[in-house]
Design a protein around this ligand. Sequence first.
Ligand code: CTP
Length: 403
Amino acid sequence: MHSIMEQIQTKRIVLGLTGGIAAYKSAELTRLLVNQGMQVQVAMTEAACHFITPITMQALSGKPVFTNQWGEHTANHMAHINLSRTTDAIMIAPATADFIAKLAHGLADDLLSALCLARNCPLLVAPAMNRQMWESPATQRNIQQLLADGVTILGPVSGMQACGEEGMGRMQEPTELARALLTFFQPKLLSGVKVLLTAGPTYEAIDAVRGITNRSSGKMGYAITQAALELGAEVTLISGPTALSSPHGAALVNITSAAEMFEAVQKHVADANIFIGVAAVADYRVAQPTGQKIKKSTGGLTLELFPNPDILGYVAGLPKPPFCVGFAAESHNLHDYAATKRKTKKIPLLAANLAQQAIGADDNELILFDDTGEHVLPRADKLTLARALLQHIVKLYRQGNKL
Ligand code: CTP
């Protein structure tokens, strides 16, 4: 019995390339999809072959590339039918303005467009073009038509373009497209559900340049944000200072101190169905931070510290609390401390890990504590763990709400 993620990660994809400069990014996209376990069959238009060679795409996908209808690849010369019948989705990346126009009108004068027209599987399109071409009424009309036809449009995004102009029209980055594909296949178990998350460290100022913080990287909180988005949740991420970029689709609220995090949580919690406290919140703040840098002196320096509010405790104590999930990073005595913490904070679910293994690392191991006991999520990268944790949350949340 394979998990949903395992089933998704082994999907068969046709990756179609059309003639745009962003085609070089499709090499990386192929690598990412293949590394995830997907079977990628590349099909390229003639124009695409001017930007990147089929040899490159063959080497990365491990399969001969289809470039025209009249090739030798298939015995019955019906590649456009055969390919679409054995695939779970077609993704066109990059999709030029010209190819989008062909799709919108049902033209089928080359293998890739014929394949799209003959498909009986979902089609995802990642546009890439000059900003003027993207904004032109013709392209916008064509995009509206594709949306009406049930095609998924991914991007484009705004930024510097190969032509030297700046604006909307850049293809989404390969990592975003790979994520979008995984998201696309996942059942939307949290559709209509609002998830509020805290992530990362907090920073408590001592003076103008110094502060108290911790080594939390935010990676686990951001991975959980990604996993919740994949399940169709509306996610608000309240994040302390991190070096990470927020997953596409989450509402990001940047804060610095625990007091600011508390204020942001108070502002957003009324709407939330699920609250997940992943942040490593500083337990104390400096009583009187100074606006100016403290100068060195020969004597010692004593800091008076005040306790910070317990944000998770506050949320769990609300008259009608959302479904609350806490984290515990312990250096020792993990089982006892975690079980006690769950009871003291009065939360239905707590995810515990060993601080020395978790903080800043790319992978981790979690033990989940709930009313039925302990559940081990074995060592894996943080996104895999986040997805497994979300599956557990969904189960308990649905049981609690009798869904
Ligand atoms: N937490 C919080 N606000 C705080 C401190 C912690 O919301 N001021 C949340 C964290 O996001 C985490 C959980 O509470 O989900 C556990 O945090 P932790 O610091 O491990 O627990 P504490 O209650 O602070 O206990 P201790 O530091 O003694 O282990």
